[in-house]
Ligand binder design. Structure first.
Ligand code: SF4
Length: 351
C-alpha cells in the first residue's frame, strides 16, 4: 500500500497520527485519499451523532472591539466599519424569537466591547438562563481573566468559543499586534477547560504566513487539548485590514481538514461554518458531508447582520438566516440530514 494511503488508514483506525504522518497526509492528498478520508469521516459522524445536525442560534450582539487582529474586518483600527451594539432588550428579544422558532442553544458572539463589562455580561447571561432554563448559552466574547470566566459560568454560560487561530506562536505573532500575546490566548483556553466549559477552539485555514508546519501544529494541539468543539473556516480577506489583498484560504483544504479532525476526535462538535458557506455556495452542505454536524443560523436582527463583517461578502440571508429554518430543513433533507433543535451538548455533557 502507498505510504499516504497507509497513513490515512491509520488515522481512520487509530484516530491519531504523528507530526510526520500528518505531513505525509497533507502533502499527498490526491483524489483517492481525499474520498477515503471524507467517507470515513462521515461514517464516524453517523455512528456518533446519526444524521442529526445540531442548530445553534447565533446572536452577534456587538461589532465594537478593542482588539486589532490583522485578519479581522471589525478590528479596532478599521474606521470604515459602521459600529453597532444591541441593547440588552434587543438581545433578549432575539432569544425570544429564537426560542419560539425552536432554538435551544444561543451563541452570544461579539467583539471585545468595553461596554459589556463582566457585570453586564453576567446579568445578561443570568437573565437568559433564568428565562430559558432548558437552553444552553454559549459565549464567544474573547479573552478575560479566569475569575471573569468563572463568573460567566456561574451565571449560566456552559460553553465558550475561543479560537486559537494558530497554535504556532511565531505565526500567531504575524496575525496579531504585539500587545496580543500568544501566551494569553493559550492561558485563556486552559482556564476555560479547567472551569468545565464545553470549550471550542479552532483556526483559520490559509491565513497569511500559514505553512504546512503551522497546520500540523494546530492538529497536534487539538489532539492534546481535546476541545468539545472545533470551528475551522477558510481565511477570507476583509477590506481595510492589513490582509485585504491576501488570497483567500482554500475551501477544499478546509473540507479535508474537517474530515481529518472528525477522524482524530470522533465525538467533537464540528460546525460547517459561515466562512465555508461564504467561500462556496454549497459550503455548508459539503461541510456536513465531510463530517461536520453543527450549523449556526443567524438570529441577529437583519439590520445589523451586514455590519458584523469579519470578512468580505459574508452570507447573511438565504438559508444562513434563522428565519429560513424551513428552507434549511428542506435543503438538508435532500442529503438525508435532519435538523435537531435540541441543546446538542457534547457527548459526556448531556443534561
Ligand atoms: S477577531 Fe475578535 S478579538 Fe480580534 S479584532 Fe476581531 S472581533 Fe476583535
Amino acid at each position: 500500500m502507498r505510504e499516504p494511503m497507509r497513513v490515512a488508514e491509520k488515522l481512520i483506525g487509530e484516530h491519531t497520527l504523528s507530526g510526520e504522518e500528518w505531513r505525509v497526509l497533507l502533502e499527498n492528498s490526491d483524489r483517492e485519499m481525499t474520498e477515503l478520508i471524507k467517507n470515513a469521516a462521515r461514517e464516524v459522524t453517523d455512528s456518533v451523532f446519526g444524521r442529526q445536525v445540531y442548530i445553534r442560534g447565533l446572536i452577534e450582539f456587538t461589532n465594537i472591539c478593542k482588539k486589532d487582529c490583522y485578519y479581522c474586518g471589525i478590528r479596532k483600527s478599521n474606521s470604515c466599519v459602521e459600529r453597532y451594539r444591541l441593547t440588552e432588550e434587543e438581545i433578549l428579544s432575539c432569544c425570544e424569537e429564537g426560542y419560539e422558532a425552536g432554538f435551544r442553544t444561543f451563541v452570544l458572539q461579539g467583539g471585545e466591547d468595553g461596554y459589556f463589562t463582566e457585570e453586564r455580561l453576567c446579568v445578561l447571561v443570568n437573565e437568559i438562563h433564568t428565562k430559558y432554563p432548558d437552553c444552553a448559552i454559549t459565549l464567544s466574547v474573547g479573552e478575560w481573566e479566569k475569575e471573569s470566566y468563572e463568573r460567566f459560568y456561574a451565571a449560566g454560560a456552559e460553553r465558550f468559543l475561543l479560537r486559537q487561530e494558530t497554535a504556532n506562536a511565531e505565526h500567531y505573532g504575524k496575525l496579531h499586534p504585539g500587545n496580543q500575546p500568544f501566551a494569553t490566548r493559550m492561558e485563556c483556553l486552559r482556564y476555560l477547560k479547567d472551569i468545565g466549559y464545553q470549550t471550542g477552539c479552532g483556526f483559520l485555514v490559509g491565513s497569511p504566513y500559514q505553512t504546512i508546519d503551522c497546520i500540523i501544529e494546530d492538529l497536534l494541539f487539538l489532539e492534546r487539548f481535546r476541545p468539545q468543539m472545533v470551528g475551522i473556516g477558510p481565511f477570507l480577506p476583509a477590506k481595510n485590514t492589513p490582509f485585504e489583498s491576501e488570497a483567500a484560504g482554500s475551501s477544499e483544504l478546509t473540507l479535508f481538514l474537517l474530515s481529518a479532525i472528525r477522524l482524530m476526535l470522533p465525538e467533537v462538535l464540528l460546525p460547517a461554518t459561515t466562512a465555508l458557506g461564504t467561500a462556496r455556495s454549497d459550503g455548508r452542505l459539503q461541510g456536513l458531508l465531510h463530517g461536520a454536524n453543527v450549523i449556526m443560523p443567524n438570529l441577529s436582527p437583519a439590520r445589523v447582520r451586514e455590519k458584523y463583517s469579519l470578512y468580505d461578502n459574508k452570507v447573511h440571508s438565504g438559508n444562513e438566516a434563522a428565519e429560513h429554518l424551513e428552507a434549511l430543513r428542506t435543503e438538508l433533507a435532500k442529503a438525508d440530514f435532519t435538523v435537531a433543535m435540541s441543546r446538542g451538548d457534547a457527548p459526556g455533557f448531556a443534561k
